[in-house]
Design a binder for this molecule. Structure first.
Ligand code: PEP
Ligand code: MN
Length: 347
């Protein structure tokens, strides 16, 4: 990683640096941080001669040689001061809440529009709404592109930024063209490296935020952080890690709630962590407790399935969406726990 002395390299400096690393079979990837742009060396950056030549350039402050499989997302990275801002919140400065329906029902758009208003009223910062859905049963409702218009209408009416899951490159293109602010990578796709790369490429020059779910089958924590690195390596470091329960399930829950990995993630990465309690426990009645546990473990935010009338919802909503009233209570209690953990920031 190359750290320039100034905020960013001039085109001439960038071309000189690129020339040097190319000689050693590497490439340069600029990463635009809030304060300055840093330059990742993509390839094997261990060649001493290359490093010496780069360090010899007068406009280079230093070369960070973090020996980590995720050098951008690593806690020791220069990006550790990078902050994600969305929905009027700087993550890490106050509890961040994403809420909304699992699935938008294109036949009943009024439910989503009502849910959107209620999420705002309850204190949510980002509105979630499933347009395309990964379903185990191939005959179940797979989502409908028409829901994208409903999602954006709800965003316009409420002023809330929106989050939707994308499962392939065509979804990424459509979602970005429509103005979706946050792209969600679902648990089933968190290990789909070609999708992660496609997303990284598509958002490289945007301020889009990515919510990366932990895969049901992810093993070591480094596997999760490396998946985030795939996206960030294209130039946009706005990647949030989202534990959402793993497999096999804990008897009675939909998955095995995994918010307890937050302290381990925080030890290794600077990434913000937003927990999804809805898919972790899979039943509305357990969602508030899981939300509070997540904040106690150090979550920076929550992503909660919410519906104005869960029994009339589709997808996961009838079983695991909470009502806006329960959402408001959960947010209020979660904020109290967040304040206990961050006494200096709590106002
Ligand atoms: C969802 O958010 O509705 C969803 C399908 O999530 P996951 O990928 O975590 O199962
Ligand atoms: Mn769902």
């Amino acid at each position: 990683m190359i750290l320039p002395k100034s905020h960013r390299l001039t085109p001439e400096q960038l071309s000189e640096v690129t020339g040097i690393v190319t000689e050693f079979g590497c490439q340069i990837q600029p990463i635009i941080g809030a304060v300055r742009t840093i330059y990742a060396i993509v390839g094997d950056e261990r060649d001493e001669l290359m490093i010496n030549r780069l360090e010899g350039l007068g406009y280079i402050e230093r070369i960070d040689r973090i020996q980590s499989p995720f050098k951008l997302m690593d806690r020791r990275s220069d990006l550790a001061t990078h902050r994600i801002r969305l929905g009027g919140v700087t993550l890490g400065e106050e509890l961040f809440v994403i809420a909304g329906q699992c699935t938008i029902d294109p036949k009943n758009p009024q439910f989503f529009l009502e849910t959107a208003a209620a999420v705002k009223e309850a204190g949510g910062h980002v509105l979630r709404g499933g347009v395309w859905k990964p379903r185990t049963n191939p005959y179940a409702f797979q989502g409908d592109v028409k829901s994208l218009d409903i999602l954006m209408e709800a965003s316009q009416r409420t002023g809330l930024p929106v989050d939707a899951e994308v499962m392939d490159e065509s979804h990424v293109e459509l979602a970005l063209a429509a103005g979706v602010h946050m792209l969600q990578v679902g648990a089933r796709n968190a290990l789909n490296y070609s999708l992660l790369r496609a997303i990284g490429r598509a958002v490289a020059e945007r301020d889009t935020v990515i919510l990366l779910k932990r895969s049901l089958h992810m093993g070591p924590i480094s596997e999760f952080i490396s998946a985030a690195e795939y996206i960030a390596s294209f130039g946009n470091p706005n990647v949030i890690l989202c534990p959402r329960g793993t497999s096999p399930a804990l008897d009675g829950y939909r998955n095995h709630p995994d918010e307890s990995i937050i302290p381990l993630l925080k030890e290794r990465t600077w990434a913000q962590v937003v927990v999804d309690p809805s898919h972790s426990v899979g039943k509305a009645v357990y969602v508030p407790a899981c939300s509070l546990a997540a904040v106690a473990y150090g979550a920076d935010g929550l992503c909660i399935e919410t519906h104005v009338s869960p029994s009339q919802g589709i997808g996961d909503d009838p079983k695991q969406a909470i009502t806006p009233k329960v959402l408001a209570e959960t947010i209020s209690q979660a904020r109290q726990i967040w304040a206990l953990r961050h006494p200096a920031k709590a106002g």
